[in-house]
Design a protein around this ligand. Structure first.
Ligand SMILES: Cc1ncc(COP(=O)(O)O)c(C=O)c1O
Length: 337
C-alpha cells in the first residue's frame, strides 16, 4: 500500500536523529492524578542542542541548497531557538548564517542578551544583528541582503520560526513518524505550543492525511491567540498545495490562550510550576517561553477537568533548553526560593 503522505519529491537535508524518543512518564502521570502522559522528545533530536525547528529546516535548507544559496538570513526574538538551530544547521552545511533579531521581549541584561541561544548563535558562527524594533529589523535585513549580494553571495531568507508551506512539511513528516511509533497505543490528544504555528499546522495536516482522528490542543505562546487559527489554516493550505492534496477541515485543532499570561517571552508562576513539575518528576527540562506554557496549559486542563483522567495525552516537547538560561535569575528564584 502506498503511503497517503509522500514527501520524497521535496529537497531535504538530514539534520536530526529520527525517530525522536517517545517516553512514558509514570511519575508525571501520577502527580497529575490521572491522564496518562507520553512525551515525544523533539527536544533531543541532535544538532545544535535540538528542537522542533530541525524538522522544518530539513526541508527549508534542502530547498535553499537546491536553489544554490550559500547564505541564509532569518529572524526572531533575541532568544530565538529557531535562529540558534538555523545557525547550527548552517555550520553543518557550510552556509553563512545571518540572524536579524528583534528586542521584542521586555527583558535585558547579560543573562538575556549574552547567554543561552545568543551565546550558541555566536558559537555556531552566525553573525548576530540585535535590533531595537521592527523598523530597525527591516532596515538591517535590507542591509544584510544588499551587502551579501554585493559580495556575490546567493541569499535564502527563512521566515520567523521557519513557518511557511515548506517548513510545515517537517511536521507532516513528524505526524507520520509518531503514528508509526505509537503502534497500537491510542492517543486522545496531542498538546503542544503554538508560536508561528508551523508545528501545529504540520501536525494537523499530517494527522488529517493519515486519517488519524487525534485532537490537537495548542497553547498560544504569543499574541494574538485568536489570530492563530487563521495562521494555522493559511499554513495548512500552503503545505497542502505543495503536496497537491485538498486542504482538510481543521475541526480537531483547538488553540487556547490559557497559559499565555502577559505576552510572548513573559513566564507566569504557572509556567514556573510546570517547569518544576516536569523537572522534579521526570528530569525533563521545559523552557519558560514555549514548552513551559504548553506544560502550564496541560496542568490547567487537568485541574479544570477539561482533560479527562482516563485520557492518554501526547505532550510534544519542542525544545527550547538554551532559552532557559536567558532567564537564569528567575529560574533560580523559582526553583530555590
Ligand atoms: C522551543 C519551541 N517550541 C515551540 C515553538 C513554536 O513552534 P511554531 O513556531 O512552529 O509554532 C518554538 C518556536 O520558535 C520553539 O522554539
Amino acid at each position: 500500500m502506498t503511503s497517503p503522505v509522500d514527501l520524497s519529491r521535496f529537497p531535504r537535508v538530514a539534520l536530526g536523529n529520527w525517530p525522536t524518543p517517545l517516553e512514558e512518564c509514570r511519575r508525571l502521570t501520577e502527580a497529575l492524578g490521572g491522564p496518562r502522559i507520553l512525551v515525544k522528545r523533539d527536544d533531543v533530536n541532535g544538532l545544535g542542542v535540538g528542537g522542533n525547528k530541525l524538522r522544518k529546516l530539513e526541508f527549508l535548507l534542502g530547498a535553499a541548497l537546491a536553489d544554490g544559496a550559500d547564505t541564509v538570513v532569518t529572524f526572531g526574538g533575541v532568544q530565538t531557538n529557531h535562529g540558534r538551530q538555523t545557525a547550527a544547521a548552517c555550520a553543518r552545511l557550510g552556509l553563512h548564517c545571518e540572524l536579524v533579531l528583534t528586542r521584542s521581549v521586555p527583558r535585558g541584561g547579560d543573562a538575556y542578551e549574552r547567554s543561552g541561544n545568543v551565546a550558541l548563535d555566536l558559537l555556531y558562527g552566525a553573525r548576530v544583528h540585535l535590533c531595537d524594533d521592527e523598523q530597525a529589523t527591516a532596515a538591517t535585513y535590507r542591509q544584510v541582503v544588499e551587502s551579501a549580494t554585493a559580495r556575490g553571495r546567493t541569499v535564502a531568507t527563512l521566515p520567523v520560526g521557519g513557518s511557511n508551506g515548506v517548513g510545515v512539511l517537517g511536521y507532516v513528516a513528524a505526524a507520520v513518524e509518531l503514528r508509526d511509533q505509537l503502534g497500537s497505543v491510542a492517543v486522545d490528544r496531542i498538546v503542544c505550543p503554538a508560536g508561528s504555528s508551523g508545528t501545529v499546522a504540520g501536525l494537523a495536516l499530517g494527522t488529517a492525511l493519515l486519517g488519524w482522528p487525534v485532537r490537537i490542543d495548542a497553547a498560544a505562546v504569543s499574541p494574538p491567540a485568536d489570530g492563530k487559527p487563521a495562521d494555522i489554516r493559511r499554513l495548512v493550505h500552503e503545505a497542502a498545495a505543495l503536496l497537491r492534496v485538498p486542504p482538510p477541515e481543521l475541526d480537531q485543532v483547538r488553540v487556547t490562550d490559557r497559559a499565555l499570561g502577559p505576552g510572548y517571552g513573559v513566564p507566569t508562576e504557572q509556567v514556573w510550576e510546570a517547569i518544576r513539575l516536569f523537572g522534579r518528576t521526570e528530569g525533563i527540562t521545559l523552557d519558560p517561553v514555549y514548552t513551559g506554557k504548553a506544560g502550564a496549559a496541560l496542568i490547567d486542563a487537568v485541574h479544570t477537568r477539561e482533560l479527562g483522567r482516563d485520557e492518554t495525552v501526547l505532550f510534544l516537547h519542542t525544545g527550547g533548553l538554551p532559552g532557559l538560561f536567558g532567564y537564569a535569575p528567575e529560574l533560580i528564584a523559582a526553583t530555590h526560593p
